[in-house]
Design a protein around this ligand. Structure first.
Ligand SMILES: NC(=O)c1ccc[n+]([C@@H]2O[C@H](COP(=O)([O-])OP(=O)(O)OC[C@H]3O[C@@H](n4cnc5c(N)ncnc54)[C@H](O)[C@@H]3O)[C@@H](O)[C@H]2O)c1
Length: 276
């Protein structure tokens, strides 16, 4: 157990990647607080984990809710060692040409408020506790923080904004709090869309990601949510990641090393090396 007695606060931990992170951190010996808007799933999480997990129902766009999450975490576990801003929504790759002109104001505000302001407020609310613990922040980014076509302009711009946020906060909070980011790739989760585009009931679980990505990812398949959690454990483990701040980990199945004519350059390696 790498994280015994460490205290982690995760936003959006009721579902998908955040839920897998809660499970992994508890398995690593940590105590975990979760801020999420989904009360039913949070209730389930608390009943699954008893004293190891505390849940706070709230909206990441609200400073009041973020402060409540930080204070409930400290009241229950005494400190915050690692904050993981993670809750977000996706724009379902809505291209600029398809964004209805009269929805842009509201859609921009909604996606940026959840995906970017939600991260800024989380750090603001936890800052005194993070400085006191000499803790760290691990932001969930996305392949869309680095490359086009993982979202439309709204989602892609928010994830690029998170890259900037990691760098700025890594500078501003040094030397007391380290700030890093994990650029996860596609995951079969319940990721939703903006209400303002009529997409709040759409779930990425209905998109055939495994099928769409298997031939374009160098690793040849879509990873499970659980498989993405190791990077977060690494950044949360004080000894192992001590030199890391302002670091951005592309953790997306190799999207940045796809070739010009094929995603996978080594398809014939087994044959050429005579390996079964
Ligand atoms: N699923 C993918 O393919 C994928 C790919 C790259 C990056 N990501 C990133 O992974 C992270 C987690 O997403 P996921 O795929 O696990 O989605 P998910 O919808 O399964 O989980 C997100 C959680 O955030 C919560 N949430 C959303 N808006 C909120 C708000 N305003 N206030 C409080 N809670 C809110 C939801 O209730 C949900 O529990 C996001 O940052 C997302 O951008 C996902």
């Amino acid at each position: 157990m790498k994280l015994k007695e460490e205290v982690i606060l995760i936003t959006g931990g009721a579902s998908g990647l955040g839920h897998a992170l809660v499970e992994r951190f508890v398995a690593e010996g940590a105590k975990v607080a979760v801020l999420d808007k989904c009360a039913d799933r949070l209730q389930q999480l608390e009943s699954d984990h008893g004293e190891d997990v505390v849940c706070i129902v709230g909206d990441v766009r609200s400073m009041e809710d973020q402060k409540l999450a930080a204070s409930r975490c400290i009241a229950k576990f005494g400190r915050i060692d690692t904050l993981i801003p993670n809750a977000a929504i996706w724009d379902y790759n809505t291209a600029l040409v398809d964004l209805p002109e009269d929805s842009i104001d509201k859609a921009f505000d909604e996606v940026f408020q959840i995906n970017v302001k939600g991260y800024i407020l989380a750090v603001k609310a936890c800052l005194p506790a993070l400085v006191a613990s000499r803790g760290s922040v691990i932001c969930t980014i996305s392949n869309a923080g680095f490359y086009p076509n993982g979202g439309g302009p709204l989602y892609t711009a928010t994830k690029h904004a998170v890259v900037g946020l990691v760098r700025e906060l890594a500078f501003e909070l040094a030397p007391y709090v380290r700030v890093n980011g994990v650029g996860v790739g596609g995951i079969n989760t319940d990721l939703r869309g903006p209400c303002s585009l009529g997409m709040s009931e759409q779930s990425i679980s209905n998109v055939p990601l495994a099928e769409l990505l298997q031939d374009v990812l160098p690793i040849g398949r879509l990873p499970d949510a659980e498989e993405y959690t190791g990077a977060y454990v690494f950044f949360a483990t004080r000894g192992d990641s001590a030199p890391a701040t302002g670091a951005l980990l592309n953790y997306d199945g190799g999207m940045g090393v796809r070739g010009l004519f094929s995603a996978v350059g080594g398809k014939d390696l087994l044959e050429k090396l005579n390996i079964d």
